[in-house]
Write a protein that binds this ligand. Structure first.
Ligand code: ATP
Ligand code: MG
Length: 505
């Protein structure tokens, strides 16, 4: 590719089957570009939003721009003059304009002056940004050809580096010499893999080779930036392929080297895959199922403690304690990558408790209560998903649906308050006060009678109704009151049958 070739303002111009695009920019974007124009400035939608617009409107992929960026030859102060309701709080000169759009992502639009990044000394951030007057210069500093497109109207695309062809052919290719571009900003190494995974593209050969050659530069990148890109890979549909790419390019060593300790570590007779393959396949299943970030990461890390705990070889090797050790390793990884404490805690718990029992004979109400207390009732469903990913990722899933239904049935059972007089808005004290009687069996009989009524009609569980009821029940004989107990037993039975029906147990 000749980067000095004349500007290709419309790559499809000679291709009559495509002709000009008929993409529509959102009204809010059109308006901003028009207002910039009225004030004598250029304005272009640029970068990721144009890429995503072409992918959705021309290539027909189910993709939507996540944010809209506009580039202009106006300087920050000039932008602010055109848009009085804007704010400027960013060292790159970005001015944010507020709109009253109904669409969340269009409510704040970023307008950035054309700029180039002056010097890169630390492989991390540009030393300083320099505003420039030409769009072409701004496009040249962008990372990949598919991210270096601009359009002012959705019809004509400014494409200096063949980005449209690469979009069509699903290729990630750097703008300019890959080695130089990765040398300037090593985060681009990871961004290449991220876009390949998120868009299901392949990485062009020279770009791919340069990633391998420059992988070590990732050391200079802040953990937060690495985490964000790593997360986008894990959250993509192609998370599995993304992880393989990270490994093959040598990047994974600088992100989660612990995973690579599982390479070549064989398992026992229950497994056909190595620890590395199995962790990755568990992630694949979680991604295929579009499970949450926490479930995906826990699936990826669930057996990360196995290489350290392996005893013996072959069919009968063991991995005692790999859940505990794995949780510890996971905690270290997540701390290193600066995950939030809350998110880390959940993922660590999933790794720690992924071995929970669900054999019908072994599941007792108290063991389930312990599990709920350990992982938190709100996380139990996701823990079960991690186990599901583990099972399917083993390549030899054993049939468990009945065991799982049984476990869920016990979880439901122990998660619900038992039917008892505690459900009432009044208690024994209230009965004694209302009737002026001392403690004794009569208090309990009256509470049970009230409970039997409430079970039939929960709306009656009010202070007023129950106090009235206490006085009425005072007049009944103990025999009459005892009959309420039968009704309560029937209600407990009915609830149990309902639950058994729900879980088919
Ligand atoms: P996303 O869909 O995740 O928002 P994006 O391509 O819009 O993807 P952003 O991080 O929002 O990515 O960046 C917007 C644009 O800025 C990119 O499309 C690219 O043109 C440019 N860009 C971002 N990061 C870099 C970088 N590290 N080096 C060069 N150009 C970059
Ligand atoms: Mg973006």
């Amino acid at each position: 590719m000749d980067y000095n070739s004349p500007v290709l303002r419309d790559n499809w111009g000679s291709d009559s089957s495509r002709g000009h695009y008929k993409m529509t920019l959102p009204a809010e974007i059109q308006k901003i570009i028009k207002e910039l124009g009225n004030a004598g400035y250029e304005g272009y939608a640029v970068g990721g939003c144009v890429r995503d617009l072409v992918l959705s409107e021309v290539e027909g992929l189910p993709i939507k721009p996540k944010d809209w960026d506009i580039a202009t030859n106006a300087k920050p102060e000039e932008i602010q003059k055109v848009f009085p309701d804007s704010f400027y709080a960013n060292k790159f000169g970005t001015v944010t304009v507020k709109t009253d759009s109904a669409d969340n992502i269009l409510r704040e639009i970023q307008i950035t002056p054309y700029r180039i990044e002056a010097k890169y000394t630390d492989k991390r951030h540009p030393e300083e940004v320099k505003f420039v007057s030409k769009l072409d210069d701004d496009l040249s500093r962008r990372d990949f050809t598919i991210n270096a497109l601009a359009t002012a109207d959705g019809k004509l695309i400014v494409d200096l580096f063949g980005g449209q062809t690469d979009l069509k052919e699903k290729i990630i290719r750097t703008v300019g010499k890959p080695g130089d571009r990765f040398g300037e900003d090593a985060l681009r190494l990871l961004r290449a893999v991220r876009f390949a995974a998120a868009l299901d593209f392949s990485i062009e050969e020279k770009t791919l080779n340069a990633i391998g050659e420059n992988a070590e530069l990732l050391r200079a990148i802040s953990k937060e930036r690495i985490r964000d890109e790593f997360l986008k890979i894990v959250e993509s549909d192609k998370a599995y392929e993304g992880m393989l790419m990270l490994h093959e390019t040598g990047l994974l060593k600088f992100i989660v080297p612990e995973l690579e300790d599982g390479i070549g570590v064989g398992q026992n007779l229950h497994h056909i895959y190595t620890v590395w393959e199995h962790n990755l396949l568990a992630l694949k299943y979680a991604a295929d199922k579009k499970y949450s970030t926490e479930v995906r990461l826990a699936s990826l890390f669930h057996d990360i403690g196995k290489p350290q705990t392996k005893r013996g070889e072959g069919k009968y090797s063991t991995f005692y304690g790999h859940d505990v050790v794995g949780a510890r390793i996971t905690a270290r990884i997540l701390e290193r990558l600066r995950f939030s404490k809350e998110q880390a805690e959940i993922i660590i718990k999933f790794v720690r408790y992924h071995l929970f029992y669900y054999n019908v004979g072994e599941v007792t109400e108290s063991s389930v209560r312990r599990l709920l207390a350990n992982v938190g009732p709100e996380n139990i469903e996701n823990l079960i998903k991690v186990r599901e990913a583990d099972r399917i990722g083993s390549g030899r899933p054993k049939a468990v649906p009945y065991k799982l239904r049984h476990l869920k049935y016990i979880i439901d059972k122990v998660s619900h308050d038992p039917i008892s007089a505690k459900m009432l808005k009044v208690n024994g004290e209230d009965v004694m006060k209302e009737l002026g009687i001392p403690p004794g069996p009569k208090v309990g009989l009256i509470l049970n009678s009230l409970l039997s009524e409430i079970l039939e009609d929960p709306a009656k569980n009010t202070d007023e109704y129950l106090r009235n009821g206490i006085r009425k029940l005072d007049k009944k004989s103990p025999e009459e009151l005892k009959r309420a107990l039968e009704k309560i037993e029937q209600a407990v039975d009915a609830e149990e049958k309902e639950r058994m029906k729900k879980y088919y147990v």
